[in-house]
Write a protein that binds this ligand. Structure first.
Ligand code: TYD
Length: 162
């Protein structure tokens, strides 16, 4: 359990599949990853090693900061991109959606990361003052990799057999 990093309560329960076999966001690979902490009275240290703590090659790092109160980010899914979101400072909420079910995560520790595989819609809100959302990404920026319309994403997810 990661009680201080996540709110693992689904906001909307996934509808039961006819055969009772609904695939969860966790089964799609969405998960909270805990990074090592080197505790030190001078200040703690956390490190992230490619191939060890993230299972993709990190090709890009970006971060959201100076986010005004009440702002919402995200609102898209990626066709192929994998990402890991980390609350480097402060806190925010991330809602993940596979087109069928939604789950909300609260990130507030810099030693936890939320792994988001491809074809998962994400919305980020409830940013605390001074928060920083750092993102490790498996690819460089490519607008063609985005679904920015939920219905288009849902259609593609359904075609993929969800
Ligand atoms: P976007 O990914 O939509 O941000 P968010 O999901 O946080 O709302 O990107 C916002 C803008 O920034 C968009 O015009 C594309 C640009 N951008 C880049 O140029 N490079 C990047 O690596 C990213 C993530 C975005």
């Amino acid at each position: 359990m990661l009680p201080d990093a996540t709110l693992l309560q689904p906001q909307v329960s996934p509808p039961p599949a006819p055969d009772g076999d609904a695939i969860t966001l966790a089964q799609r690979g969405c998960r909270v990853v805990e990074f090592p902490i080197v505790h030190d009275p001078r200040g703690n240290l956390t490190f992230i090693e490619g191939g060890e703590h993230v299972d993709f090659d990190i090709k890009r790092v970006y971060y959201l900061y100076d986010v005004p109160g009440g702002a919402e980010r995200g609102g898209h899914a990626h066709k192929d991109l994998h990402q890991l979101l980390i609350a480097m400072s402060g806190s925010f909420d991330v809602t993940l959606d596979d087109g069928t079910s939604r789950q909300r995560f609260h990130l507030n520790r810099s030693y936890y990361g939320l792994y988001i595989p491809k074809m998962i819609w994400r919305e980020i809100d409830n940013f605390s003052s001074g928060s920083i959302c750092m993102v490790l990404a498996s690819e460089r920026y490519d607008e063609a990799d985005y679904y920015r319309d939920w219905r288009e994403f849902k259609h593609a997810a359904d075609l993929a057999g969800r």
